[in-house]
Design a protein around this ligand. Structure first.
Ligand code: NAD
Length: 373
């Protein structure tokens, strides 16, 4: 069983899909691991460290030759995988809705694409969940980036020269990233409030010591109806939410938006008119900027100044924490493959629940139900 790890090719990608730690663990399972030269450079993982862990460090073509499994952060182009064994698995983020062309290319190449972002949100798969591991770091980084852009301090400070007020931070969207953003802003001493459409998050916000700000006049999403995910809200709800946000946002110094709806463009939560009511020097970090943006006027990887407010967001936030993001993504890969490792067969064998959830292509065809029909 040969596992190949390539250097990521996407612009701005700094992460790597294996670490010396996971290389050792795969070898302990009986696999051989090959890592492309320089694959870990941007994540502070040297070729020497990979070699010392037991990996074969070589060129892309050599690494891929005879591979049974290829691990990636973002799926490589199928062209790069010529030489892999027929039916080789490729486990990575595939952006299946945005990159249908890549799914088709994998099918045509006879590769089996395993989409890590489709990992079901069930208890036994939590340790394999790349969306969670990466969102958590993204929520943390968003607060730090906003704090860095902000021309004032976060905590209240009583100094001999006078008192500085604590920053007011508002988190919109309280999933994995939002919860970490709340916790990070609290640790920095800010006064934190947060909102979501899912009423289950109210208690979570309170338990972190932040203030929930919720639409009360129109029902939001109760319970775990759609697997804990948000859906598109009614016009009536959107109207009520806009009014609530308008009255709250004008008093905030920092706004972090994290709202996503699976398979859809990110919902628009902050309009230009609302931004105009904020204080000069306020900062908005749009974590959804790469999915269309929650904030009017946000541009990936730029700080846009509008109405004297800074609007920012990264196209790939976890890539700004390359070492930790790689370590967690690599462990997600290891936790996934090792959970299904069949000792006798000397390879992983997926069960139906997880296999059907993540397998995009098999036997020369696209097979995932969300991509068919
Ligand atoms: P996400 O990234 O899809 O969305 C981020 C947040 O934005 C969500 O909380 C969503 O409700 C919110 N949102 C969407 N539209 C909004 C709007 N118009 N206004 C305000 N907020 C809006 O979410 P996520 O971080 O992937 O988490 C989704 C759910 O999955 C959560 O309930 C989380 O606890 C759960 N989860 C479960 C597991 C597991 O059991 N394995 C793992 C991770 C997450």
């Amino acid at each position: 069983m040969r596992i190949a790890v390539l250097k990521e090719r996407a612009a701005g990608e700094t992460r790597v899909a294996a670490t010396p730690e996971t290389v050792k663990k795969f070898i302990a399972l009986g696999a051989t691991v090959a890592v492309e030269q320089g694959a870990g450079d941007a994540a502070a993982l040297s070729d020497v460290a990979f070699a010392e862990a037991g990996a074969e460090v070589a060129s892309a073509a050599q690494v891929v030759k005879g591979a049974d499994i290829v691990l990636g952060i973002q799926a490589p182009d199928a062209d790069l995988l010529k030489g892999a064994n027929p039916g080789a698995w490729v486990a990575a983020s595939f952006d299946p809705f945005g990159r249908r062309d890549r799914v088709e290319a994998y099918a045509a190449a006879g590769l089996e694409a395993l989409s890590m972002e489709f990992m079901p949100r069930i208890t036994r798969a939590q340790s394999m969940d790349v969306l969670s591991s990466q969102s958590n770091l993204a929520g943390y980084k968003a607060v730090l980036a906003a704090a860095d852009q902000y021309g004032r301090a976060f905590p209240m400070m009583m100094t001999a020269a006078g008192t500085i007020q604590a920053a007011r931070v508002f988190i919109m969207g309280v999933g994995v990233a939002g919860l970490q953003a709340i916790a990070t802003a609290k640790r920095l001493g800010a006064q934190v409030s947060a909102t979501d459409v899912r009423s289950a998050t109210k208690e979570q916000i309170q338990s972190l010591g932040a203030k929930p700000v919720f639409v009360e006049s129109v029902a939001g999403i109760e319970g775990e109806g759609s697997g804990g995910y948000a859906t598109e809200m009614s016009e009536e709800y959107q109207q009520a939410q806009a009014e609530l946000v308008s009255s709250h946002i004008a008093k905030q110094d920092i706004v972090i938006t994290t709202a996503l709806i699976p398979g859809r463009a990110a919902p628009r939560l902050v309009t230009d008119a609302q931004i105009a009511t904020m204080k000069p020097g306020s900062v908005i970090f749009d974590l959804a900027v790469a999915q269309g943006g929650n904030v009017e006027g946000s541009v990936p990887d730029q700080v846009v100044e509008k109405h004297s407010v800074f609007i920012m967001g990264y196209s790939n936030t976890p890539a700004h924490l390359a070492a930790d993001a790689s370590a967690l993504f690599a462990r997600n890969h290891y936790n996934f493959l090792s959970a299904f490792w069949d000792k006798e067969a000397g390879k992983p064998v997926l069960d139906e629940e997880i296999g059907n959830a993540i397998r995009l292509t098999q036997g020369g065809k696209a097979v995932h139900e969300r991509l068919l029909g």
